[in-house]
Design a protein around this ligand. Structure first.
Ligand SMILES: Cc1cc2nc3c(=O)[nH]c(=O)nc-3n(C[C@H](O)[C@H](O)[C@H](O)COP(=O)(O)OP(=O)(O)OC[C@H]3O[C@@H](n4cnc5c(N)ncnc54)[C@H](O)[C@@H]3O)c2cc1C
Length: 357
């Protein structure tokens, strides 16, 4: 019997965990390294822990070319299957895009990006009755889904451990690991910015509130000329509201950890939330947080092969949506199998060429 390939994964955010889970299911011997892992495997404040958990290939169409929609739908299929055995708060009830009556032109403008068969307006009272006072109808995207990021990350860590994978609490460099493993996956997110010169951080700030007077079945996006907002329902009337998109050197300097939130951002998010429904005036603020999205200049994720180091990064706004497919592409590359999404993700080239970028 041949020895299973030995794979080291640097970084246990959603990218590293999805890749590790998929590689382990293919029979690989996987070791994950991350300084933020604790012995109990509790959540780490990386970009993944801050995410909304929306799986929204259509609602994100302004941030992702249409040829990526199929990869996003494949990501949803992965999480749906994973949720059969793990409690990750996966809900597939679509998402709903609304606007104040005076801003409806924003919905029509957005709609033009969607494939024609997905442009479906539905009465608010039928989809999200809690928003009946806001507008009469909204764009309904029934194929979308959402999950609870911390639950998904924990379930992946647990599954990898149960499958015999090792999780080591330490920082590593892929280069130092390369001589001991068949492949090293560099999934360090912003932790790789010292080695991956064209990676930048895009800060995102969020507010988490509890409002027992209000209920939603699915993520809602409020199209607004100045303060667009999304609100993701979580169990027990908890809502995640996000997110700012701030391009700044400060974001990169902060790395992927939780950072500070400006008063302006908090005011904008909370004002937009209050304009969605006045009951949020009495909601309790549970947390105000910020994270940094790792992004390349095209805002798309890439897999870069540098000999035995495979860099998976640049997931920007789509880490939960696209990490499963990215992990499948990596596993297929290592086992010599065709993957229909490889052309989207794969970039080859040697380290010197990349460093020169
Ligand atoms: C506010 C916000 C909302 C978002 N909402 C969504 C959403 O709704 N849906 C969606 O799909 N995406 C969303 N995203 C995007 C998503 O969070 C990111 O794309 C994703 O988390 C990136 O995952 P990652 O694993 O590449 O990076 P990270 O999650 O940052 O993980 C990188 C890991 O590498 C570790 N690391 C760093 N240096 C080292 C080292 N030297 N050795 C070992 N480990 C190291 C870090 O500790 C960290 O745990 C959101 C992002 C933000 C900020």
């Amino acid at each position: 019997m041949s020895t299973p390939p030995r794979i080291a994964v640097a970084g246990a955010g959603v990218a590293g965990l999805c890749a590790a889970e998929i590689l382990q299911a293919r029979g690989c011997d996987v070791t994950l390294f991350d300084p933020l892992l604790t012995d109990e495997g509790s959540g780490a404040p990386n970009a993944s822990a801050l995410a909304g958990g929306m799986l929204a290939p259509y609602a994100e169409i302004e941030h992702m070319p249409p040829e990526w929609i199929a990869a996003g739908l494949a990501g949803i299929t992965f999480w749906e299957a994973f949720s059969q055995e793990h409690q990750i708060g996966f809900v597939k009830k679509g998402s709903f895009l609304v606007a104040h009556e005076g801003d409806r032109y924003l919905l029509r403008r957005f709609e033009a990006h969607l494939p024609p068969e997905t442009r479906s307006y539905r009465p608010v009272v039928d989809i999200e009755p809690a928003l009946a006072g806001l507008c009469s109808s909204g764009l309904f995207l029934p194929e979308e889904a959402h999950l609870v990021p911390l639950n998904a990350l924990e379930a992946l860590r647990e599954s990898i451990r149960k499958g015999g994978g090792r999780l080591e609490t330490c920082a590593v460099t892929p280069e130092a690991l390369a001589c001991d493993y068949d492949y090293v996956l560099d999934c360090r997110g912003m932790g790789a910015s010292g080695d991956v010169k064209d990676l930048r951080g895009v800060k995102g700030e969020i507010v988490i509130v509890r409002n027992s007077e209000f209920s939603l079945e699915r993520p809602v996006r409020l199209m607004h000329p100045r303060y667009p907002l999304y609100i993701v329902p979580r169990p027990d009337h908890v809502f995640m509201i996000g997110a700012t998109v701030i391009e700044s050197g400060e974001a990169a300097a902060e790395g992927s950890g939780a950072g500070t939130v400006s008063v302006r951002s908090a005011l904008e998010l909370l004002s937009a939330l209050y304009s969605l429904h006045t009951s949020f005036g009495e909601a309790r603020i549970l947390q105000i947080l910020s994270g940094v999205r790792p992004a390349y200049s095209d805002n798309l994720p890439h897999i870069r092969i540098e000999d035995r180091i495979v860099r998976c990064n640049g997931l920007f706004r789509h880490g939960f949506l696209l990490s499963p497919v990215m992990g499948q592409c990596v596993a297929d590359y290592m086992t010599g199998v065709e993957n229909r999404f490889s052309a989207l993700f794969m970039q080859t080239g040697n380290k010197k060429e990349r460093a020169a970028l």
